[in-house]
Design a protein around this ligand. Structure first.
Ligand SMILES: Cc1ncc(COP(=O)(O)O)c(C=O)c1O
Length: 418
């Protein structure tokens, strides 16, 4: 990137990577709905394939609409470069696979999104890769789990549904002490609330399906490279050609060239477009999500039906101190996990709701609720569900941007009718 953009986040989120002068004055990015691109000469296509130009060839490789979103998200996260992909899971898979080889290990917080858990605990295992899962906020356990086979440390900014918040700056120190990069899934905090690269992390991943697009209309993922980690180490022998090619951007080049392209995790340009339309209101939406979540948590706290609550905004929550510092007092995320009497009560509560949608997603502008134990995690062994803090009495609420009074009123009538 050239000069540092000193404008405030609310401005940058709208104006970064905007080039209406190249778009016939259009204020929204064009959707380049084309599988491949015509090349004027044989020399030009050859130059493009050999990386001498950054022209586009074929949608599975790059796409001009996707590239605008990549530029925008890299800048917003204070990264150097990014690759957008078809989903958050595509991004997580490629981000990890670009580093791992058979026989390797990595250390991860155990507070993981469901599919990430399956990828780490079951799928990687089939290929001889071991994920060592430790309590996400226990840095000593994290360090103890590191061996000479470890290749990276992986954390989620806010765990789900535990809502635990690891100290990313300290985790980065531990990882770096052992010559390892820190990869962070920043989906739940978003780049509005937290920028892990500024805290010392090396790679940031998002499911853009959630808050970044914000309207439940597009799936997507992104891997963002801080460009600061030194991959020139015996731990990463197959990075050599990528370092030779791209220097500090070796990692993102490997993610893109070796995995994204060949695994075919292509992002549809329409989804990038929708994500960019969503991003225009990210700052405003996040402010409202954060404010509403705090109000809803206060409301729930006063209800007898609520047996327990996980929300880092509560002063007695074990992650409160870290969250307050790390999120610079802006808020504590948009999710609340709480317990009712039992599964039957949870079902009744969900069925009583009139406005809040019951569905498998989060980070939408609409308020959403789910009973994870009987839905996303229904096929997990009970022991694993317990390890992941998925209990039969747990409800997860993703607080939307409606009026807080109306969200509370819907919760109130659903609780009253239990
Ligand atoms: C924290 C987190 N990471 C990754 C994902 C996966 O994202 P996607 O559904 O876009 O693949 C999710 C999905 O809910 C998530 O919550």
């Amino acid at each position: 990137m050239s000069e540092k953009d000193t404008r405030k986040f609310h401005t940058r989120v709208i104006h970064t990577a905007q080039k209406p002068e190249d778009w016939h004055g259009a204020t929204l990015p064009p959707i380049f709905q084309t599988a491949s691109h015509r090349h004027p000469t044989a020399e030009n296509l050859s130059d493009t394939f050999s990386g001498k130009t950054t022209d586009h060839i074929y949608m599975r490789l790059t796409n001009p609409t996707n590239r605008i979103l990549e530029e925008k998200l890299a800048a917003l996260e204070s990264g150097r470069a990014a690759v957008v992909m078809s989903s958050g899971m595509a991004a997580i898979t490629n981000a990890c696979m670009a580093i791992l080889r058979t026989g390797d290990e990595f250390v991860s917080g155990n507070s993981l999104f469901m599919s990430t858990y399956i990828l780490f605990a079951n799928i990687f295992k089939k290929y001889g890769i071991t994920a060592k899962l430790v309590e996400s906020t226990d840095l000593d356990a994290l360090e103890r789990a590191i061996t000479e086979k470890t290749r990276f440390v992986y954390l989620e900014t806010i765990g789900n549904p535990k809502m635990d918040v690891p100290d990313l700056a300290k985790a980065a120190e531990v990882a770096h002490k052992h010559g390892l990069p820190l990869l962070v899934d920043n989906t739940l905090a978003t780049t509005f609330l937290c920028r892990p690269l500024e805290l010392g992390a090396d790679v940031v991943i998002h499911s853009t399906t959630k808050y970044l697009s914000g309207h439940g209309d597009a799936t997507g993922g992104v891997v963002i490279d801080g460009g600061t980690f030194d991959w020139n180490s015996d731990l990463f022998p197959d990075f050599k050609p990528f370092i030779d090619r791209k220097g500090p951007l070796a990692y993102i080049d490997k993610v893109w060239r070796e995995h994204h392209i060949n695994f075919g995790t292509t992002q549809a340009p329409l989804h990038s477009y929708l994500t960019m339309v969503g991003l225009d209101t990210l700052a405003l939406r996040m402010e409202r999500h954060l404010e509403n979540t705090s109000k809803v948590a206060k409301f729930l706290q006063n209800r007898n039906e609520i047996k327990w609550m996980n929300y880092p905004g509560l002063e007695d929550n074990p992650s409160h101190g870290t969250a307050k510092k790390q999120f610079a007092d802006k808020g504590y995320g948009g999710l609340i996990a709480f317990g009712l009497k039992d599964q039957e009560t949870c079902f009744k509560f969900i069925n009583n709701l009139k406005m809040i949608y019951h569905l498998a997603n989060l980070g939408d502008c609409k308020s959403l609720v789910i009973h994870p134990y009987s839905s996303q995690y229904v096929s997990f062994p009970v022991k694993t569900r317990q390890e992941l803090s998925i209990f039969p009495d747990l409800i997860r609420l993703s607080v939307g941007i409606e009026a807080a009074e109306d969200i509370c009123a819907d919760l109130e009538q659903a609780l009253n009718a239990l």
